[in-house]
Design a protein around this ligand. Structure first.
Ligand SMILES: [Zn+2]
Length: 346
């Protein structure tokens, strides 16, 4: 099936299940659930990675959830799973990494009422260099040289003056880099920066939050969670490095905010990126919950250290017309389409 045909089929299925009432019926039959949305960046300009949501889109999603009284804080959503009150599906918002644009949560861009959310910060990046993926973006977008040789990674040569080559680099490089050990990954990102020689980033354009920003988020009701120090993928680390990444990130947040974080998110978060050892380390460090990037609705009895999340980015719930679709959003995250996806993946 071609991509555009698949998009149409998916959209028509969503419309059918949402407006026929099938979706609502499915939700009633399945009982209580918690949908955790995983976002990264809140920005309106173009992002070469699928990691951004424009503010207007999030404002719309928040309005839909408020209409249903379904937007809750993560901890409340988990507690409500075991409540005996009428079972319902609630939604919680989470943001990974600690981008400065997350300040949109508290600067009025989403309305006057505070929006409950957890922002998971990689503490080593607070006030510093962006996560490696955006160091690559900056190297490419602000380059002073066009020729990049990634033969050592088996990816060949790129001429960054060509849009096709930039697109190819953004598509091929991240999955290749994620297979490397953390030190090797950093070496390769350094090498790409050396070759592209990007112009220095002005302070006002910095990507990451500073500690003052983090305190401002916390003071306005946003919960701050842990996400390691260096954003290392835990399964690639030995025991002591994994323990240090988890423990030190928690200690830094506690020291800077005067309160220890309750929530943690595994960097990258797929089944291959963390294991039983990391679950144990996160629990022993004192965190109460941990989220993955494995998709699905959390049901009664869900393991609080393996919570599922839906990745949300600007194209995820768009109708073929380009508009954000309410039918796609609800049928994918808590309705029939989400169920179909899980069933096919099983
Ligand atoms: Zn992350």
């Amino acid at each position: 099936m071609t991509t555009s045909l698949r998009t149409w089929v998916r959209y028509l299925l969503a419309l059918g299940s949402h407006y026929s009432g099938l979706d609502a019926l499915y939700r009633r039959c399945r009982g209580a659930g918690l949908v955790i949305l995983m976002l990264h960046r809140l920005r309106d300009d173009h992002d070469p990675y699928p990691l951004s949501v424009p503010r207007a889109q999030l404002r719309q999603i928040v309005a839909w959830l408020r209409e249903r009284s379904a937007l809750v804080a993560l901890g409340d959503g988990l507690a409500s799973l075991s409540s005996i009150r009428a079972p319902r599906v609630n939604y919680a918002l989470t943001f990974d990494d600690g981008y400065r644009d997350n300040l949109g949560l508290v600067d009025g861009a989403l309305g006057r009422e505070p929006v409950p959310a957890v922002v998971y910060v990689a503490t080593g990046h607070i006030g510093g260099e962006p996560i490696w993926a955006y160091r690559v973006v900056h190297a490419v977008e602000s380059r002073s040289r066009d020729q990049i040789d990634l033969g050592g990674l088996g990816l060949g040569h790129f001429d960054l003056s060509l849009a096709d080559d930039r697109h190819r680099l953004y598509t091929l490089l991240p999955p290749r880099l994620k297979t490397l050990k953390p030190a090797e990954l950093q070496t390769w990102v350094d090498r790409i920066c050396e070759q592209a020689r990007p112009r220095p980033l002005p302070h006002d354009d910095r990507d990451m939050l500073e500690w003052d920003d983090v305190r401002r988020l916390a003071a306005n009701g946003v919960e701050i969670g842990g996400h390691t120090c260096s954003h290392a993928i835990l399964s690639r680390l030995d025991d002591s490095a994994a323990s240090e990444e988890i423990g030190l990130s928690r200690a830094s947040i506690a020291a800077e905010l005067g309160q220890a974080p309750r929530h943690f998110a595994y960097p990258n978060g797929s089944n291959a990126d963390f294991g039983d050892r990391d679950v144990r380390l996160v629990r022993e460090a004192g965190f109460e919950t941990a989220t993955t990037s494995i998709e699905g609705v959390n049901r009664r009895g869900a393991d609080p250290y393996r919570l599922r999340r839906y990745n949300v980015h600007e194209d995820r719930f768009r109708a073929p017309s380009g508009r954000l679709s309410r039918a796609l959003f609800f049928s994918e995250t808590s309705g029939m389409l989400g169920w179909l996806r899980e069933w096919r993946a099983a």
